[in-house]
Ligand binder design. Structure first.
Ligand code: EPU
Length: 431
């Protein structure tokens, strides 16, 4: 069993380089299916979710090659099946993008229901509603596979999303890129990775306008040509390191970012008393200047505070004296990590969508587990705060979304290592 072993209690100092955005990469890689020529995608994060979606495309007949650590060559022109029903597909949430891409290119798709992080019900009714509005029939086969197909070419339509959904917005954009006529998505999500997917599709010759606003217009085109495209930096990875710097009362510079994408996170850290300096493509977080103040957080779709940084902020706020309240407004059940923080002495109570944090309680190291990807990031931050040695298990969740997490934290002065435990023995696994 692999674990992270973290000895905390000292501030982080130094610089960290942010990788490409996971949630852009896991949409852009399947989006290449729509292309009629090979593509090269750069600034790809080297994480297990990217390896998974790449292997899924390979299973389907695409030629996917890693050119270097952060670039992939993908030739989709030899895809031989519209079925993606293997265990690999079930293993990741974002495999639902195969539905939009395959339907958009071939008019049919059969995709196993998504797995991925486990926090509450994760419906895809809005994705299916969009496909149906464009003329596809969708059905659930054997309770585990979604089938979508159309007899005539997909036709653009007006689609109003009942909830602001990142996945549904991107999936409908994929299906609509080659559909006949105009598709209009209303109440669309506005996350930076939505704009990135639109930019990628447009660079291949698609006609998408309005991405980044709540109305997106997609006029279908017949042919998409190959491109070399570099994906945006990971807003949530950056937010995680910013949070860790504040939590350890350190001072770090986070490089290779788009500061604008981090506005909601920056605003909250400033409200807490962290000194932040923004540069063109980096940001300096200095929490050494004065004691930090409590704050409240309400997660919202972009440009609101991102739910994917909520657990990391809980880990930060538990070290700040006073009562802080988190209101989780996107997911029904994203507080499974709270019981792990409580093992470390945190005083947090959960009431429905609210988590009430009585910060400043004495904290101690304890064995904890990553209950999902961002929960795992919160465990690392908590472990860095407390004196003593914390073992974090279920780290496969963390490795789904954070490239070189051990190396990056080590470069900031953290005492963290990955260890393989076999009964009584432990063996360190590289850096
Ligand atoms: N929803 C529906 N019906 C749908 C789709 C969504 O009711 O058809 C609801 C969900 O239950 C949820 C809300 O709408 O309450 C928002 O869900 P959304 O569709 O936006 O989430 P997602 O596309 O499945 C992506 C990210 C998540 C991130 C959310 C919200 C990917 C692969 N995942 O999920 O990222 O939390 O958007 O920003 O892009 C993570 O990176 O740790 C992660 C979980």
């Amino acid at each position: 069993m692999e674990k992270f072993v973290v000895t905390g209690g000292k501030p982080l100092f130094g610089e960290v380089n942010i990788s490409g955005a996971k949630n852009a990469a896991v949409a852009i890689i399947p989006a290449v299916i729509l292309c009629d020529e090979p593509c090269q995608i750069e600034n790809i994060p080297n994480i297990s979710d990217v390896s998974l979606i790449s292997r899924i495309l390979q299973q389907m007949g695409a030629n996917v090659r890693r050119i270097n650590k952060s670039s992939l060559y993908i030739d989709p022109t030899h895809i031989k099946t519209c079925n993606a029903t293997t265990d690999l597909v079930r293993g990741m949430r974002a495999s639902y993008y195969l539905l939009g891409a395959l339907l958009g290119k071939y008019g049919k798709a059969k995709v196993a229901l998504p797995g991925g992080c486990n926090f509450g019900v994760r419906p895809i009714d809005q994705h299916l509603k969009g496909f149906e509005a464009m003329g596809a029939r969708t059905s659930l086969v054997d309770g585990a596979i979604i089938e979508a197909e159309c007899d005539e070419p997909l036709e653009g339509n007006h689609i109003y999303l009942d909830v602001v959904s990142v996945g549904a917005t991107m999936n409908i954009m994929l299906a609509a890129s080659k559909a006949q006529g105009l598709t209009i998505i209303e109440n669309a999500a506005k996350e930076p990775h939505i704009v990135d997917l639109a930019n990628f599709l447009n660079s291949m010759g698609a006609d998408i306008r309005g991405a980044g606003t709540d109305v997106i217009k997609i006029r279908g085109v017949g042919y998409l040509h190959g491109v070399t495209y570099s994906i945006i930096p990971d807003q949530i990875e950056a937010g995680t390191y910013m949070c860790a710097a504040a939590a350890t009362r350190g001072c770090i510079t986070v490089n290779n970012i788009t500061p604008k994408h981090l506005d909601s996170i920056t605003a909250k850290l400033r409200e807490m008393g962290v000194v932040i300096t923004e540069y063109d493509e980096s940001i300096k977080i200095d929490a050494t200047q004065r004691p930090l103040k409590r704050c409240n957080i309400k997660t919202m779709p972009h440009p609101g505070f991102p739910t994917d940084c909520q657990p990391q902020f809980a880990a930060l706020l538990m070290s700040v004296p006073g009562t802080s309240i988190i209101n989780e407004n996107v997911w029904d059940n994203r507080y499974q990590y709270v019981s792990e923080l409580i093992r470390m002495g945190a005083q947090i109570s959960v009431e429905g969508r609210l988590a009430i944090i009585e910060g400043g309680a004495p904290l101690t190291a304890a064995p904890v587990k990553a209950t999902d990807l961002r929960a795992g990031a919160a465990m690392i931050i908590a472990a860095l705060e407390v004196k003593g040695t914390t073992e974090i298990s279920s780290i496969q969740y963390i490795e789904r979304g954070y490239e070189d997490v051990v190396e990056k934290f080590r470069a900031l002065g953290a005492d963290i290592k990955k260890v393989y435990f076999t009964g009584d023995n432990e063996e360190e696994l590289g850096a």
